[in-house]
Design a protein around this ligand. Structure first.
Ligand code: IYR
Length: 215
């Protein structure tokens, strides 16, 4: 895999560029973190293609330093739930400073994580510190973070709901899923459909004027 080839780039008419940008914004603006999943199964091929989309992300030296573990087995999901809840009980029961807990209050979260067993699929994203055979990886957090963003967008675009869940610490995920020593759990993403009548916290997104500086 070396050399150069023609870039496959579609130049769009200017009118359609603004429309596409607006449509995409509207679509992403409807994405919400969901904490109440129905157990309805999802099409595995849809999930596979979303992971394939995520894996098109740019990465340091094109090392693609990620592994996605798709968990649908009920016993494994229960095991992950039990281990996550153990960490979360410690987090909510004293490990987290009061200021952190107060910042979380509006989300209504606690140590109970039923969604880890209810959601039909968990995608556990692992970051590879190196290739495990003496080869280096670069900008691993940036690369895997970008891939996760693309995964969330792809899943949302495909009509699925997600949660970005980070039980802390996440070491138990590598153990339960038997990942090699060069991989570290990066993000746990429950995927599926929201329960009927699913509620989400009222929140506002920062306006563009607050997040964009033009000079
Ligand atoms: N991991 C805990 C706490 C938590 C932390 C942050 I930062 C959040 O945005 C949400 C929750 C939990 O999942 O409950």
């Amino acid at each position: 895999m070396s050399g150069f080839q023609d870039l496959d780039f579609a130049r769009l008419p200017p009118e359609s560029m603004l429309q596409r940008a607006s449509d995409f914004l509207d679509e992403l603006n409807r994405r919400r973190s969901v904490r109440h999943f129905s157990s309805e199964a999802v099409d595995r091929e849809v999930l596979r293609r979303c992971v394939a989309a995520a894996s098109t992300a740019p990465s340091g030296a094109h090392k693609q330093p990620w592994t996605f573990v798709l968990v649908t087995d009920s016993a494994l999901k229960e095991q992950i739930r039990d281990a996550a809840e153990e960490e979360e009980r410690a987090f909510y029961g004293g490990r987290a400073p009061e200021s952190w807990l107060s910042d979380l209050e509006h989300l209504g979260t606690d140590a109970q994580k039923p969604f880890l067993a209810d959601a039909p699929a968990l995608i556990v994203v692992f970051a590879q510190k190196n290739d495990g055979e003496g080869g280096k990886h670069y900008y691993v957090n940036e690369s895997v973070g970008i891939a996760c963003g693309m995964l969330l967008a792809a899943l949302h675009h495909a009509g699925l709901a997600t949660l970005t869940h980070t039980p802390s610490p996440m070491k138990f995920l590598g153990e339960i899923l038997e990942r090699p020593a060069n991989e570290r759990a990066f993000l746990l993403i429950p995927v599926g459909y929201p329960i009927d009548g699913c509620q989400v916290p009222v929140l506002e997104r920062k306006p563009l004027s607050e997040v964009l500086i033009e000079r």
